[in-house]
Design a protein around this ligand. Structure first.
Ligand SMILES: Nc1ncnc2c1ncn2[C@@H]1O[C@H](COP(=O)(O)OP(=O)(O)OP(=O)(O)O)[C@@H](O)[C@H]1O
Ligand SMILES: [Mg+2]
Length: 252
């Protein structure tokens, strides 16, 4: 069954057509990758699907509900969470506080009731936060300011934060960028674990090895256009894909 359905999505910036009538579906429980050269429109696609940008035309449906036109917080509430190509963290807050904030339950939120109810909410957020940090293997850094994390740890924190939103679909923009080989292997296990806990994953990634290893399906964008879609093994052999993108990457 399709969880996300994208229909002829286009996005133009002035004269530049960053997305050209892109259509695809993401099935429930899949790990699907979007690949393509720099400037292909991958991040733009994520921005349109998460309400950061309005599409020029086309529509997207999540659980059969139209999401194009909705605001980011409404889309999050429906069950989509994402991470960014450049992790956006609250640098001065601790690692744990970053995750607690994502759950919208931190003690800093003035709308929370005072007294014991508020304390309970905060305690629960802390518990959930620590669980998620343990899940991404970042618990030992819980009390450090997020600004002190390494590139790889920042990515893990972003993932923990996205998971705090309890998404049905998690969208990751280049999660392996800047990771050491050990961190990359850890990420791979983490993605499998996220999938086995029932979330569907859509990721943009330049690390072809990772994509080919873990993805059920790959979609290739080139200059805003979908040029191929299918299982990794077929994509690897697709002439048009090799020409646009894969040749150099795979030989490297
Ligand atoms: N806010 C914006 N305003 C104007 N042009 C933009 C904007 N965002 C993206 N673009 C342009 O749209 C095209 C697609 O960019 P996008 O960031 O989606 O590519 P990408 O596939 O994510 O590339 P990369 O692999 O480098 O991250 C590029 O030509 C880019 O310059
Ligand atoms: Mg990008």
């Amino acid at each position: 069954m399709s969880l996300l359905r994208v229909e002829k999505l286009s996005k133009s910036f002035d004269g530049l057509k960053a997305l050209k009538e892109v259509s695809f579906i993401v099935a429930r429980d899949q790990i699907k990758a979007i690949i393509g050269p720099n400037g292909a429109g991958k991040t733009t696609l994520f921005n349109v699907l998460t309400g950061v940008l309005k599409p020029t035309s086309g529509e997207a449906f999540f659980k059969n509900q139209k999401i194009t036109g909705l605001k980011t917080h409404q889309i999050v509430r429906l069950g989509i969470a994402r991470t960014f190509q450049t992790p956006l963290l609250f640098e001065e807050l601790t690692v744990l506080e970053n995750v607690m904030l994502a759950a919208g339950l931190t003690f800093n939120r003035s709308w929370l009731p005072f007294g014991s109810v508020r304390q309970e909410a905060e305690e629960k957020a802390r518990e959930t936060g620590l669980e998620l940090l343990a899940f991404v293997k970042l618990k030992s850094k819980a009390d450090l300011p997020a600004g002190l994390l390494t590139a790889g740890e920042r990515r893990l924190l972003e993932i923990a934060r996205a998971l705090a939103l309890k998404p049905t679909l998690i969208m990751l923009d280049e999660p392996a960028a800047g990771l050491t080989p050990a961190e990359r292997d850890n990420l791979k296990e983490l993605l499998y674990e996220i999938k086995s806990r029932g979330a569907t994953i859509l990721l943009v990634e330049h690390d072809m090895g990772l994509v080919m290893e873990i993805c059920d399906e790959v979609l290739v964008l080139d200059e805003g256009e979908k040029i191929a879609e299918g299982p990794p093994l077929l994509i690897q052999e697709d002439e048009q894909v090799i020409e646009a993108y894969l040749g150099g990457e795979l030989d490297a």
